[in-house]
Design a binder for this molecule. Sequence first.
Ligand code: GCB
Ligand code: CA
Length: 897
Amino acid sequence: MQNRLLFITTFLIITFYSQVNAQLKYTINESWHFVKDNSIQDINQFNSQKDKAELVDIPHTWNVEDVTDEEEGFYRGAGWYTKEVRIPTSFSEKEVFLFFEGVATAAEVYVNNKLASTHIGGFTRFVVPVSDYIKFDKATEFTTFNVTVKADNSDNEDWPALHADFTFFGGMYRDVNLVVREKVHFNIEEDAANGVFITTPKVSAESGDINLKVKIQNDETSAKKVKLVTKIYGPNQELVQEKTASLKLKAGISNEFNLELKPVSNPQLWSTDSPNLYKVVCEIYDAKTNQKLDESANPLGFRWFKFDVDKGFFLNGEYLKLIGTNRHQDYKDISNAVPDHIHVEDVLLMKAMGSNFLRIAHYPQDPAILELCDRLGIITTVETPIIDTVTESEGFTKNCLSAQLEMIRQNYNHPSLVIWAYMNEIILHPKFKNDKERYKIYTDYIVELAQKIEDLTRAEDPYRYTMIPNHNSVERYSEAGLTDVPMIVGWNIYNGWYGGSYTLLPERIEAMRAKVKKPMIITEYGAGVDPRLHTLYPTRFDFTQEYGVEYHKYYLEYFAKNDFIAGANVWNYADFNSEGRIDAVQSINNKGLVTLDRTPKDVFYFYQASLLKEPFLAIATKTWGQRTYVEDKDGSGISTMPVQIFSNQNEIELVLNGKSLGVKKVVDKIAVFEVPFVDGTNQLVAKSTNGIYLEDFSAIRINVLPISLKNFPASGISINVGDQRFFYDDQIKQAWMFDRAYTEGGWGHIGGEPYVRPVKNAQQPYGAKKTIKGTKNDPLYQTQLKGIEQYRFDVPAGVYEVKLHFAELEGTKAKHLPYDLTEETLEVAKITNRTFSVIINGNKVLDKMDILGQYGEYRAVKIKSEVSVKDGEPLIVDFKKIVGEPVLNAIEIYKKL
Ligand code: GCB
Ligand code: CA
């Protein structure tokens, strides 16, 4: 009896395992030996160098450090990975695959030193069948084989993207899986899809069609009869329908079948408010033994949608304004090799912001993104990375088409996805600009390429829309004929950022509308925000939190008023790495609503107030927890500053340190209070007044500077010279105040003009053409007073430390920044020969200072010096011109005694 029991349990365990093995997928991410070396010619040479390998885990990229350091450029070349993989020898009866979720940009996969497959395209998945390369050792329980992957992110003219405003990180940066299937299985090897393609050609509130196309691979040597069982489960997991089909599979090929299911009556519709998800489970059974051979589960949503040129977007027959963001996939200190949790958090945060739309740009991303958009109700568009420019070659065309095909087949069943897009601002940097004839040939090639991608897309999926996003220059795209190709035209608009005023937006949009009679999405708009910068005087391109809100408010209100704008995507959800970019933070594009580590900026809260349906309020600038500002009246000790509250309520009360400041009306989602801050900590509580519990809280530390310096502040004074912006150094918690002209009894500059970037066609008030080396506080050093005569402080007697900050901003010729849509060109900067002396209270501290000669251009120079000030005497820093104009970028003074 006991023996029998044992036998039965063993039997059960074995069958259980063999059933699990029928369909197995797990990651093999750990312990890869890695060598980054572009000189390795082939796998044999790599094998001889394995001893210099480091051990890494996947996801992995080799560009984490070199894209944030001060040096220009980052490693673009080959990296080799290798690993021994152990599997049960019983897998010899099955099909073994390697499943790569993303290798940038191209990959060669070797198994036991033989080339098993290659793949080009860093953003789509691929599957490599490896059974044929494994030597199964039937005598042992386990068999080991070697996998070697050469990843390559070289600048190759046939690999899109060729050029773009983000970093082309290299490496095996998404999961690597081992996949095991029976010899009969849903075809995963072709385009790394899952063999089941669902369409819902006709959906209404009464009925929803379901058609399936299935691809089943039969790797056995003879034909085979199978049963295909399809089960449809409803949103509450209830079985809605089951259908069995008997199929005959030819041997050695992928067998394709079309299957029509019974329409589902009164389907629970999928929408952004109620993302009802059905599930389609397809199972293959051996017709003879009834053994289950494979299973594939896919999402299904019943919805219908329409883009209209005049009326915008409709979901399930109802008008819906699509508002959301774009998204890049990288994260602080990890680059693009992020764990899945970051993808999940991002979509959750988008939903929390009130987004109902996401442009997955500029490339397909981790599977988690679309899965969650299906589940949370966010409409999506996804695109292939063909950006800024093209190569007129067969290879380039081929790689564009294969990326598009893979993208479509891999993401076919997501109900949240309604648009297949491709290209981005593809005539931004046109070649042959000065040769009309050649330019025409070039743009004709682009249009031809677009048409090929368009035809492929429509043939693969007749039920979704297609789109090409372009930059502002409608004339260029329509003249080339590119706007004729897709079903929707996307426009990336930056009026009010790179150039002009945001009030030019309506004019621009009308121009587009007049020229192109197609449904329209504003695929990008955005303004850079460095959370460390604040201002009382927002201006274009100042990177302050305040200007960011002003800019987005204008755009959002305009979109809301105009139905024909079907949707809009903020550029960008989060800050992202762009190695060559020089904004407020080196190598970071900071147009994100949240930072690179996903900390919300003010604009994020503004979007919440604007988009959320549930009651909401937030104290803006609660992100600005420490400030330095000057008192209102001599001796008052109070600094009054405006504080914005973002809310979707009618009115808001604000309480400061337990005392109400009254109630204010909310106008266009914003209530403004003039808050009399005191020196030290200020507790702010904002509340709703209508009985709904709604509160936000913020503790703000203010360092109130006296107008008269009789009582010199213990914290010292830190001034961002030549600048109207507050700066907060969040690394060492130092709050800098903006600059001011000298007033008697107080402090300030005498003489000098703020430095203005020399650019043709446009005046960018802030920023520099090169990274400021030796600091992370670029904004402090990007601004300066030119021709300054004195900085003066009317301080009491004592011993002071004076710290002067300089940077030479007029050095050698600077580079053209690739992302600038104004297409400004820098006038060739002169090599400055600037020399001046600095005298503090009669002491020549810096004699014939030559910043360029002594320290080099674009480098932060900080010089501390001590001075003893006698009673009745001011502290005066004198700048004596010798050659060119003296400059000063920032100044700190601190009382030692
Ligand atoms: C664009 C590009 C995007 C850039 C963005 C910007 O139009 O499509 O890739 O990052 O502008 O911030 O300049
Ligand atoms: Ca400055």
